[in-house]
Design a binder for this molecule. Structure first.
Ligand code: GLY
Length: 439
């Protein structure tokens, strides 16, 4: 049987999902909403994009699904989860893969999420929730001087957690956070966890759940800062590596237990979770604490973990929807991968002067063995590529270890440029593990 699948996302994460669904013999066509031009260009199967729509264009998405008689919709993006797209699709008789609005609250309401973790005894930093800046500042003034994270409770494109080295900086961050408007109406002050023996390392872990059972799929390490050496501003993510060598059996066991407590807790609270659950963790002195949960794949984590999954994604999607995940075993290829984001100069600040500049070298780079290119902010006219966003494309390289993966990805990256020397990328993605295996 031939099926049409819809993927809700526009960026690199959506691109790797489109690529993975296109590899299934059961899938004949993929619709990406909004999608990006490079998805259509690089896919071996027909891809239809709707770049004039948003991930939250619920009415239009339902109309397209009905007209195209789609088999299911993979709701892969946070805003879409938060507006309840999964619930609306199901109400209209359209199958959907992703969490309901209530289950997804674990991401879109970080205050609720912290309280949930407290109720279920999940290790996390100490936190306080506030609804106004004056009360928060008065609270801070009574605390001993220390480092904090000031966090918007709502969605803020991954940029709503502001670090503060001391109480004075935290007061400034509380004011600065208000630029996120409604997303920061409720906000949190979280104590910055400090390691006693030196190890403090962040990681991302992913589990897939059908509401009844779950399986842990993989681990990655994101590089959030714009510049080499983890310097510069926070971004949506400049690159990732997998599998992180810091994840040993002890960390895996702790992570597995946290996934179980979380998914059981959601079930107990009548919010069974279907889809991908993203655990943003930090290891402090060998103990895992939760920074945040997200109700979707990470971006760019998806670009290194999904290519390593051997299972047919159409079958996997159906198993989740039909609550039959226990009939499938997720298998991975155990290769090392890194992904490097190619961004417009200026990102995450003002990069407006890069919009419309031509991109060169993508075709040549994509022909390198063990390299995949995923589009994001790309426009295509007459077979030429143009920059159309902050993160323009991603280059994934794979190999038997991190050195090989880096060598492939950077060989490809060096072939790519943006008119006017306007391409920026980090040259040190995977540095922790590269250093570890060189020792
Ligand atoms: N990699 C960060 C995120 O997807 O939120």
């Amino acid at each position: 049987m031939k099926n049409t699948i819809v993927v809700i996302d526009a960026g690199g994460r959506g691109s790797v999902l489109v690529d993975k669904y296109s590899q299934s013999p059961d899938v004949s066509k993929i619709i990406a909403i909004p999608g990006n031009d490079y998805m259509e260009h690089s896919s071996k199967k027909p891809v239809e994009i709707y770049t004039h729509l948003k991930t939250t264009s619920v009415k239009e998405i339902i109309e397209i699904c009905k007209k195209e008689n789609v088999s299911f919709v993979d709701v892969a993006q946070d805003n879409a989860v938060a507006v309840g797209l999964v619930d609306e699709l199901l109400r209209n008789g359209i199958m959907a893969m992703g969490p309901s609005k209530l289950a997804g609250e674990i991401e879109w309401n970080k205050a609720w999420s912290r309280e949930f973790m407290s109720r279920h005894n999940i290790s996390q930093p100490e936190y306080q929730i506030f609804d106004d800046t004056e009360t928060a500042i008065a609270y801070l003034q009574k605390q001993k001087d220390q480092s904090w994270f000031v966090k918007a409770s709502g969605l803020a494109e991954g940029k709503g957690a502001l670090p503060a080295k001391n109480n004075a900086e935290a007061e400034e961050r509380i004011i600065e956070l208000q630029k996120f408007g409604d997303s920061a109406k409720t906000f949190l002050l979280e104590k910055w966890l400090q390691a006693k023996t030196g190890l403090a390392e962040e990681f991302s872990a992913f589990a897939i759940s059908d509401g009844k059972t779950f399986q842990t799929i993989g681990y990655a390490q994101d590089h959030k800062r714009a510049l080499d050496g983890d310097k510069g501003e926070n971004t949506g993510g400049m690159g990732c590596s997998t599998p992180p060598l810091v994840i040993d059996k002890n960390i895996k066991d702790q992570t597995e237990k946290i996934f179980k407590k979380t998914l059981d807790g959601l079930k107990i609270e009548a919010r069974p979770y279907k889809g991908i659950l993203y655990l943003g963790g930090i290891i402090i002195d060998r103990k895992v604490y939760i920074i945040e949960f997200n109700a979707r794949w990470g971006d760019p984590e998806a670009q290194v973990i999904i290519p390593g999954i051997k299972n047919d994604f159409f079958e996997l999607g159906e198993a989740i929807i039909n609550e039959e995940l226990d009939s499938i075993k997720i298998e991975t290829d155990n290769k090392a991968r890194i992904v490097v984001a190619g961004s417009s100069n200026g990102y995450p600040g003002d990069y407006s002067n890069v919009k419309g500049k031509q991109i060169f070298g993508l075709e040549k780079a994509s022909k390198i063995p063990d390299v995949k290119i995923y589009g994001a902010g790309i426009k295509i006219h007459s077979n030429k590529f143009y920059a159309n966003g902050g993160r323009i494309f991603y280059v994934t390289g794979e190999g038997k270890n991190i050195h090989e993966a880096r060598q492939k990805a950077y060989k490809a990256m060096k072939l790519i440029s943006v008119e006017g020397n306007n391409l920026h990328y980090r040259t040190d993605i995977g540095w922790r593990d590269a250093r570890r295996i060189s020792k």
